[in-house]
Design a binder for this molecule. Structure first.
Ligand SMILES: Cc1cc2nc3c(=O)[nH]c(=O)nc-3n(C[C@H](O)[C@H](O)[C@H](O)COP(=O)(O)OP(=O)(O)OC[C@H]3O[C@@H](n4cnc5c(N)ncnc54)[C@H](O)[C@@H]3O)c2cc1C
Length: 467
């Protein structure tokens, strides 16, 4: 199968890349591949279902939010209950504020922050509809329940990839690949240099980095849904599949430490979607069999819920309805690309961080779950295009959470809307490549910036910069 573009991983970044590519390049031949049954990735199948408050560009998130709100499957939420000694959770519930209120974070007090909640089913369906509309007039082959398995690279180019589908293996020869797999598997298979865990201070001179590198990573969370218990139903039951999982001293640890806290986000379909902060240390990803990790996290969710019911009687009216099908990984392998975004870029903010090549903006603090709630505030900062460019493979763009970030930068930039923005930048770059027959490294960054309206967003930030 000869195609113009392959997009691997159709989460937030992959969706936005595909949407922009189809919109700007009618007639393009593209394959989209993802193991999930539909688009959305971690936001949908990992049960995140929430866009944290924060600055973002003028991109596709507006259209997604509008459609979801119109369909009653998305709303603006605010914190109505904060974590305290007695409550081990914060609750975010619907309020009538406009969507724009979710775009404010920098120097906003927690009481005034707003987030955007959506139903995962609604988000996946809406992304699918938007892709279908944008791809009219193009040759789009969506391969869901499929996964990219192997890459053949030669002379600094990806020449073919192997995709396993439910109906067999397909060999594709893409002119260009956009790698939006959380973990950047394509880049890794193509032989690019990858990073995992936290860098030592000496690597990029980051002020908060430790003296030595380690595999310490952002925590892993198994998100789940809770709904009110139907009358007369026994609300707690440890499912059989987890009965033999050894939880070690996990429950004892909770008694000693008051346990992890959690965000309970109102679910547009009723009940809450619960995001524990976190369920397991991120470092386990490096040395634990993935199936064992899933079982450990599933068992911990139920163990935590049992403990919570004993400690906080007010939760007894709820039961765990279901766990989301994918573990929530906040961090994975990352590309070491042509530019590595680092803590100094976050701290210095715009206009210092190479404003001429900025294609996305963000202002979330660096947030390392599992480090006792360390939040390092940032200014409004930009992400430059070379963070998407690998060093050796010419026909590859890496977007999403595994683009070229240091561990500290990734712990801020990973938010879903930032991933949508970075996906858009990759999709625009790919469209320019197909139209002009050039490679990602030769795309004039001004063309991308024009499409993502980078100058307008920087001007707005500079005009409204507090103090
Ligand atoms: C528990 C948790 C809570 C979070 N809370 C928030 C929050 O409140 N607000 C917020 O804005 N952000 C939050 N985030 C961050 C945010 O959700 C993610 O960083 C973001 O969704 C990542 O988007 P992405 O497109 O980079 O990756 P993903 O959405 O993970 O997409 C990667 C895709 O690659 C696919 N893939 C994997 N292997 C292959 C393969 N071999 N071939 C093809 N495809 C493959 C996966 O199936 C997946 O769909 C949270 C993250 C987690 C884990």
């Amino acid at each position: 199968m000869k195609i113009d573009v392959l997009i691997a991983g159709i989460g937030s970044a992959g969706f936005a890349a595909a949407y922009r590519l189809f919109a700007l390049c009618p007639g393009v031949r593209a394959v989209l591949v993802d193991p999930n049954p539909g688009p959305g990735g971690t936001s949908v199948f990992g049960g995140v279902c929430c866009w944290e408050p924060g600055r973002s560009g003028y991109g596709v998130h507006f259209e997604l939010a509008r459609r979801l709100m119109d369909a009653g499957e998305g709303f603006v939420g605010k914190t109505t209950e904060f974590v305290s000694r007695d409550n081990r959770w914060a609750i975010s519930s619907r309020c009538g504020d406009p969507y724009e209120s979710t775009l404010r974070r920098f120097r906003v007090s927690p009481e005034d922050m707003r987030r955007f909640h959506f139903s995962p089913e609604g988000m996946s369906r809406t992304m699918g509809e938007m892709l279908g509309e944008a791809a009219r007039g193009s040759e789009c082959v969506p391969l869901f329940r499929s996964s990219l398995e192997a890459v053949t690279a030669d002379g600094g180019r990806i020449v073919s990839v192997k995709i396993r589908t439910p109906d067999g293996v397909i060999d594709a020869e893409p002119g260009l690949v956009i790698d939006c797999i959380g973990g950047a598997a394509v880049a890794a298979l193509a032989g690019e240099t990858m990073a995992m865990g936290e860098e030592a201070r000496g690597t990029y001179g980051e002020p908060s980095a430790p003296d030595t590198a380690s595999l310490c990573m952002n925590g892993i969370t198994q998100c789940f849904r809770i709904t009110p218990c139907p009358a007369g139903e026994e609300p707690f039951r440890m499912p059989e599949e987890y009965a033999d999982v050894d939880l070690g001293d996990w429950e004892e640890q909770m008694r000693r430490t008051d346990g992890p806290v959690a965000c309970w986000n109102e679910d547009p379909r009723g009940g809450y979607i619960v995001n524990m902060l976190p369920t397991a240390p991120g470092g386990l990803l490096a040395d634990t069999d993935f199936r064992d990790l899933e079982r450990l996290c599933g068992a911990r969710v139920y163990g935590w819920w049992r403990w919570l019911r004993d400690r906080c009687p007010s939760v007894r009216g709820y039961r765990i309805e279901s766990l989301f099908p994918r573990l929530g990984l906040r961090e994975n392998c990352r590309l070491v690309g042509q530019y590595v975004l680092r803590e100094q870029d976050l701290l210095n903010g715009i206009p210092f961080c190479g404003a001429d090549s900025v294609v996305a903006i963000a202002d979330h603090p660096a947030d390392i779950h599992g480090s006792g709630g360390r939040l390092t505030p940032t200014g409004v900062y930009g992400i430059p295009y070379p963070c998407l460019l690998p060093r050796h493979t010419d026909n590859l763009l890496v977007s999403g959470m595994s683009a070229s970030f240091s561990h500290l930068a990734a712990s801020s930039a990973r938010l879903s809307r930032t991933m949508l923005e970075l996906g858009e930048a990759a999709g625009v770059a790919a469209a320019v490549c197909v139209r002009q027959g050039i490679l990602p490294g030769d795309v004039p960054v001004g063309l991308i910036r024009k499409e993502v309206r980078a100058d307008e967003m920087l001007r707005e930030i500079l005009q409204n910069r507090p103090g």
